[in-house]
Design a protein around this ligand. Structure first.
Ligand code: ZN
Length: 160
Protein backbone atom coordinates (compact mmCIF):
# COMPACT_ATOMS: atom_id res chain seq x y z
CA UNK A 1 0.00 0.00 0.00
CA UNK A 2 1.45 3.35 -1.05
CA UNK A 3 1.12 6.63 0.79
CA UNK A 4 -1.50 8.96 -0.69
CA UNK A 5 -4.42 11.05 0.50
CA UNK A 6 -6.69 9.39 3.08
CA UNK A 7 -4.04 6.97 4.34
CA UNK A 8 -3.04 6.90 8.00
CA UNK A 9 0.74 6.68 8.09
CA UNK A 10 3.04 5.77 10.97
CA UNK A 11 6.72 6.63 10.74
CA UNK A 12 9.85 6.97 12.78
CA UNK A 13 11.98 10.03 12.23
CA UNK A 14 15.09 11.74 13.45
CA UNK A 15 15.19 15.49 12.88
CA UNK A 16 18.44 17.47 12.64
CA UNK A 17 18.99 21.13 11.80
CA UNK A 18 21.51 22.68 9.39
CA UNK A 19 24.21 22.57 12.10
CA UNK A 20 23.81 18.80 12.37
CA UNK A 21 22.24 19.14 15.79
CA UNK A 22 19.61 16.52 16.60
CA UNK A 23 16.33 18.26 17.48
CA UNK A 24 14.12 15.26 18.16
CA UNK A 25 13.66 11.59 17.40
CA UNK A 26 10.90 9.01 17.73
CA UNK A 27 13.39 6.16 17.86
CA UNK A 28 13.00 5.74 21.62
CA UNK A 29 9.18 5.86 21.56
CA UNK A 30 6.07 5.19 19.46
CA UNK A 31 6.28 6.21 15.81
CA UNK A 32 4.29 9.29 14.86
CA UNK A 33 0.97 8.65 13.09
CA UNK A 34 -0.68 11.21 10.82
CA UNK A 35 -3.44 11.47 8.23
CA UNK A 36 -1.92 12.04 4.80
CA UNK A 37 -3.36 14.93 2.77
CA UNK A 38 -4.71 16.75 5.84
CA UNK A 39 -1.77 19.10 6.52
CA UNK A 40 -0.94 17.30 9.78
CA UNK A 41 2.81 17.54 9.10
CA UNK A 42 4.99 20.17 7.46
CA UNK A 43 4.47 20.46 3.67
CA UNK A 44 8.02 19.46 2.69
CA UNK A 45 7.79 16.24 4.68
CA UNK A 46 4.27 15.40 3.51
CA UNK A 47 5.23 15.71 -0.16
CA UNK A 48 8.33 13.53 0.41
CA UNK A 49 6.03 10.80 1.79
CA UNK A 50 3.90 10.44 -1.35
CA UNK A 51 4.18 6.98 -2.93
CA UNK A 52 6.30 5.48 -0.14
CA UNK A 53 5.36 2.19 1.53
CA UNK A 54 6.11 0.23 4.70
CA UNK A 55 9.82 -0.35 5.28
CA UNK A 56 10.92 2.56 3.07
CA UNK A 57 13.75 4.58 4.56
CA UNK A 58 14.79 7.93 3.18
CA UNK A 59 16.30 11.26 4.05
CA UNK A 60 14.86 14.61 3.05
CA UNK A 61 16.21 18.14 3.58
CA UNK A 62 13.56 20.85 3.75
CA UNK A 63 13.96 24.62 3.33
CA UNK A 64 12.20 26.90 5.86
CA UNK A 65 9.46 27.84 3.35
CA UNK A 66 8.30 24.20 3.28
CA UNK A 67 8.89 23.68 7.00
CA UNK A 68 8.13 26.22 9.75
CA UNK A 69 8.60 29.35 7.63
CA UNK A 70 11.17 32.13 7.72
CA UNK A 71 11.76 34.09 10.90
CA UNK A 72 9.40 37.07 11.11
CA UNK A 73 11.05 40.17 12.62
CA UNK A 74 7.64 41.34 13.85
CA UNK A 75 7.58 38.35 16.16
CA UNK A 76 10.48 39.62 18.25
CA UNK A 77 8.85 41.19 21.30
CA UNK A 78 9.68 42.88 24.59
CA UNK A 79 7.56 41.54 27.44
CA UNK A 80 7.33 42.69 31.05
CA UNK A 81 9.19 40.24 33.29
CA UNK A 82 6.13 39.96 35.54
CA UNK A 83 4.64 37.67 32.90
CA UNK A 84 7.34 35.10 33.64
CA UNK A 85 7.17 32.97 36.73
CA UNK A 86 10.93 32.89 37.34
CA UNK A 87 12.41 35.70 35.20
CA UNK A 88 15.82 35.64 36.91
CA UNK A 89 16.38 32.03 35.95
CA UNK A 90 15.81 32.60 32.24
CA UNK A 91 18.76 32.17 29.90
CA UNK A 92 19.14 33.35 26.29
CA UNK A 93 18.33 30.55 23.87
CA UNK A 94 15.97 28.86 26.31
CA UNK A 95 12.50 27.94 24.99
CA UNK A 96 9.68 28.49 27.47
CA UNK A 97 5.88 28.40 27.44
CA UNK A 98 4.06 31.71 27.83
CA UNK A 99 0.35 32.26 28.41
CA UNK A 100 -1.11 34.83 26.01
CA UNK A 101 -4.60 36.01 25.07
CA UNK A 102 -4.37 33.66 22.10
CA UNK A 103 -3.44 30.71 24.33
CA UNK A 104 -0.08 29.20 25.24
CA UNK A 105 2.84 29.89 22.91
CA UNK A 106 6.42 28.71 22.93
CA UNK A 107 8.91 31.56 22.90
CA UNK A 108 12.70 31.67 22.69
CA UNK A 109 14.43 33.92 25.23
CA UNK A 110 16.71 36.49 23.55
CA UNK A 111 17.72 38.83 26.38
CA UNK A 112 16.78 39.12 30.04
CA UNK A 113 16.67 42.63 31.50
CA UNK A 114 15.65 43.87 34.92
CA UNK A 115 12.09 44.77 33.98
CA UNK A 116 11.66 43.24 30.56
CA UNK A 117 12.46 40.09 28.68
CA UNK A 118 13.09 40.13 24.92
CA UNK A 119 11.62 37.08 23.29
CA UNK A 120 11.29 35.58 19.83
CA UNK A 121 7.76 34.26 19.31
CA UNK A 122 8.56 32.61 15.99
CA UNK A 123 8.25 28.83 16.02
CA UNK A 124 11.54 27.55 17.49
CA UNK A 125 12.30 25.85 14.15
CA UNK A 126 11.40 28.86 11.95
CA UNK A 127 14.21 29.90 9.62
CA UNK A 128 15.93 26.53 9.91
CA UNK A 129 16.79 24.06 7.17
CA UNK A 130 15.63 20.71 8.52
CA UNK A 131 16.74 17.20 7.64
CA UNK A 132 14.48 14.27 8.43
CA UNK A 133 15.62 10.66 8.39
CA UNK A 134 12.41 8.72 7.96
CA UNK A 135 11.36 5.08 8.18
CA UNK A 136 7.78 4.26 7.25
CA UNK A 137 6.44 1.71 9.75
CA UNK A 138 2.74 1.41 8.83
CA UNK A 139 0.30 2.52 6.14
CA UNK A 140 -3.44 1.83 6.33
CA UNK A 141 -6.70 3.26 5.04
CA UNK A 142 -7.93 6.07 7.28
CA UNK A 143 -11.29 5.52 8.97
CA UNK A 144 -14.30 7.70 8.11
CA UNK A 145 -13.99 9.26 11.55
CA UNK A 146 -10.33 10.15 10.98
CA UNK A 147 -11.12 11.73 7.62
CA UNK A 148 -13.98 13.72 9.21
CA UNK A 149 -11.67 14.91 12.01
CA UNK A 150 -8.75 15.67 9.72
CA UNK A 151 -6.23 13.68 11.77
CA UNK A 152 -5.23 10.12 12.63
CA UNK A 153 -6.33 8.38 15.83
CA UNK A 154 -4.65 5.74 17.97
CA UNK A 155 -1.04 5.28 19.15
CA UNK A 156 1.18 8.06 17.81
CA UNK A 157 -1.86 9.97 16.54
CA UNK A 158 -4.54 12.04 18.28
CA UNK A 159 -5.91 10.43 21.43
CA UNK A 160 -9.41 11.61 22.39
ZN1 ZN B 1 -10.24 12.95 16.10
Amino acid sequence: MNIQDRKAVSFHYTLTNQDGKQIETTRDKEPMTYLHGAYNIIPGLESAMVGRSVGDEFQVTIEPADAYGEKDEAKFQRISSKHFRLPKKLKPGQVVGLQTKKGPVRVTIIKVGRFNVDVDTNHPLAGQVLTFEVEVSAVRDATKEEIAHGHAHGPGGVDH
